[in-house]
Design a protein around this ligand. Structure first.
Ligand SMILES: *Cc1c(COP(=O)(O)O)cnc(C)c1O
Length: 365
């Protein structure tokens, strides 16, 4: 403890925090004509039934919300035929994930995840004092589940799987998942981050809730931010065994999920049919856009989410982003990896296709 002898002259950040990469948010639209396709938000405006409950709740914001989001928990439990003890609600699924790491990991414990995946993972893990263990994706953009199972040590407390994966859009198959679960020790929590699950249409996609019933170490993480269109309200949830869900409630910021968010979550679950119509439209556009891109000569992995992925070298990434930007389209670039573009309505998607249609403008993929 040399610091007591020579204390720093100013308040210092913890080393783990000082070294953190900052979370880069996708740029938001600068004008009404800008196509903001950098954050995987829903391009649909909020459902009227949801806007109504938010407005009604506005008159009550001088009161704290329900501490444990009781009504939303009950609604989620009913919707998925689990018990309310198996549900925890938090400020976005990133918030729930932060609670989870705080609940499960001591200093130096390891959390295994695929890379590239959701950029919040290494940040949340490091801030908690745990150790991020990133396992590269396979060349076909799938999770390398064999390598992830091998990466589990006696310090591992959590494995995070992202399906469909952000930013590649690829889902984990049910057969490979069974093999993986057979290899992972039962005390390691397997978190399946399904932020985009509502967009999944593959027949081979895993049924996480069915797995949750069979494997006590599974935790399903979901959000209202994407398909439900509530990104601006911050509400997500986990479905896990009661002891884990209770841990998530204990590590939550008091009253972290606001009243509007809680009521909007309940109203959104009740609007399942409308949400399904919307996700169907996105899935249909996804098929059309990806086939067009392939016909232009791009290699695009199958996506089960509301975005698609171009793995390209850095120079080409810059060219693509610049060409899109010239057309007033914002997409998300990842240095060293590629470009992710969110899907929107047909007209907006066509604007992107127009930019990418002349494959010869860009270098080799
Ligand atoms: C967007 C996203 C989330 C969640 O975001 P919240 O708004 O915090 O619910 C979680 N995981 C992945 C992979 C995402 O892309």
């Amino acid at each position: 403890m040399t610091s007591t002898l020579h204390p720093p002259a100013e308040p210092m950040l913890r080393d783990a925090v000082a070294k953190l990469p900052t979370y880069i948010a996708g740029r938001s639209a600068e004008s009404a004509l800008t196509a903001a396709l950098a954050s995987n938000e829903s391009h649909f405006t909020p459902l009227p039934s949801v806007v109504d409950v938010i407005a009604a709740e506005g008159a009550r914001i001088h009161k704290y919300p329900s501490m444990g989001s009781a009504e939303a928990r009950e609604a989620i439990a009913r919707h998925f035929s689990v018990s309310a003890e198996e549900v925890a609600v938090g400020p976005g699924s990133s918030g729930v994930l932060q609670q989870m790491i705080a609940a499960v990991c001591d200093h130096g414990d390891e959390v295994v995840f695929a890379w590239r995946s959701f950029e919040a993972y290494p940040i949340l893990i490091s801030v908690a004092g745990a150790r991020p263990v990133a396992v590269p994706l396979l060349a076909n953009e799938h999770h390398d589940l064999a390598a992830m199972a091998d990466a589990v040590t006696d310090r591992t407390r959590i494995v995070i799987l992202c399906s469909p994966n952000n930013p590649t859009g690829v889902s984990i198959g049910s057969a490979e998942m069974e093999d993986f679960l057979a290899k992972v020790p039962p005390h390691v929590l397997v978190v399946i981050d399904e932020a985009y699950i509502e967009y999944q249409r593959s027949a081979d996609g895993l049924d996480s809730l069915e797995l949750f019933r069979r494997y006590p170490n599974i935790c399903v993480l979901r959000t209202f931010s994407k398909a439900y269109g509530l990104a601006g309200l911050r509400v997500g949830y986990a479905i896990a065994r009661p002891a884990v869900a209770e841990g998530l409630r204990r590590t939550a910021i008091p009253f972290g999920v606001n009243r509007m968010a809680q009521r909007a979550a309940v109203a959104s679950l009740a609007a399942e049919t409308e949400i399904r119509t919307r996700t169907n439209a996105v899935a249909e556009e996804r098929g059309r856009v990806i086939s067009s891109l392939r016909s232009f000569g791009w290699q695009v992995p199958d996506s089960e989410a509301n975005f698609y992925w171009l793995r390209v070298p850095d120079q080409q990434r810059e060219q693509i982003l610049a060409a899109l930007s010239d057309a007033d389209i914002l997409a998300r670039g990842y240095p060293g990896d590629g470009v992710r573009v969110s899907l929107a309505d047909r007209e907006t998607n066509n604007r992107v296709l127009a930019v990418l249609s002349d494959r010869s403008r860009f270098g080799a993929q």
